[in-house]
Design a protein around this ligand. Sequence first.
Ligand code: ADP
Ligand code: MG
Length: 529
Amino acid sequence: MSITIHARATKSTATEGFAMPEPVSEPQQSAVPLLSMRGTRKQFPGVLALDGVDFTLRAGEIHALMGENGAGKSTLIKVLTGVYPKDGGEALLEGRLWEAKSPGHAQQCGVSTVYQEVNLIPTLSVAENIFLGRQPGGARINWRAIKKGAEAALARLNLSIDVSRTLSSYSIAIRQMVAIARALDIQAKILILDEPTSSLDADEVARLFSVMRRLKDEGLGIIFVTHFLNQVFEVTDRITVLRNGRLVGEYETAALTRLELVARMLGKEVKDLEDAPRVQHAEEVRKEPMLRAHGVGRRNAVAPLDLELAPGEVMGLAGLLGSGRTETARLIFGADRLDCGAIEIDGKPVAISSPRKAIDNRLGFCPEDRKTEAIIPDLTVRENIILALQAGRGWRKRLSRKKQDELADHYIKALSIATPSPEQAVKNLSGGNQQKCILARWLASNPRLLILDEPTRGIDVGSRAEIERLILKLCDDGMAILMVSSELEELARLSHRVAVMRDREKIAELSGDAVTENGIMQAIGGAAS
Ligand code: ADP
Ligand code: MG
């Protein structure tokens, strides 16, 4: 028995093999939205995640679903695609009452999702991934047909690669294209992309956008979830904004300004937003450094460099991806060993040979990739918060439960972590709130120097402003902060000084009036060195 492959190179192929409702009638079709969800309701224990949400998607549009973390975007998509049953409301697909019984069923009906974490199998070939789980249970698999089908599916995305190579031999961007090809191989009418661009570089994003535009021209409806406002304005036609599980509104992208969009997401007035958190350079008084690094470096990672941090100071660490920013942060924290140089704290030499030694010296480090390096998803919010403090004391000197509860309550309040309870598993929190838990973890260990690697990456604008404000507050209270960020605008606003890295070398240090977005950019580009 051989398998049937539904890859299509053009859109003219009929929707063979899929039980789709007939469209109401041909001329009426353009008036009927592709998808219309009404009064959608979803209750989780303790959280009303969707409270009567309406959502409409037209054929041939890219529609952004926006809202702060926890607004209900992913839940709306999961209810639509049959991951969760809904508690109320109805959906019409091409004008017909419709309910997805499972993600597989949704896909068969033409509603395909590419999730944030690309759920493919890296050790299988590209072709196998595209057809994974879709070979009928025959004894013989027609590999030639699979290979040809995979090539055709990728050709539709303008991608020509060797489909017999393993998926893991390709970049994240290519893997994502493979995931999209997989989603589209079925006769997709609706393509849902939940945060597809968070790990792509600018070229890869451009490529994804050209694919999205092409699919839109073919008549697909695309739902696009992202935190990047620029991308929304670049590629979408309409925007639906959710807030706290409720619909705020639906807008033509061209009719909104960035600030208006942000205001709607936050439930604020535009004028409230015009004052973003910012350090006051005028009030700057240089204090004695608490930490001095002389000529610290590591072969193949960072060329020897000097760095000083005073209490109450935010030092930005700027540079392109791969310029050595994270490596520098890791060296200071003892996560990687120094090959050369020395570190002094309060004028005394210290040997920070491990993160444990760093914690003993009251250093804290929130790494960039909170999913793999920081958050322990199955532990509760409380357990995640007390982790660094407990590790610093040693595991035999257990914190009492009472003390743990106090700490958790304190930081949930202080950082406004949105969780129904301290006993909620951290994995159920939104990205911004997970990030706050990691910050809370380090704050609980009472550091004098906190190293933050991309503290606002991948989180929504609301949590971002809160985290920025927190950074400035901590620094007002006398903490020293070393912050790596790819957002030059953010670095310029929050840093007293900025060290600029290029090709694993510190090439400039900016202070005072020189700390501007443009100044940093010029230094990275080479003008100031
Ligand atoms: P978004 O994708 O907009 O960030 P979500 O749809 O993930 O938001 O979450 C909406 C709300 O529902 C949040 O308060 C979140 O904590 C809660 N939530 C989401 N999934 C679950 C779940 N499986 N169990 C309990 N609560 C959940
Ligand atoms: Mg989400």
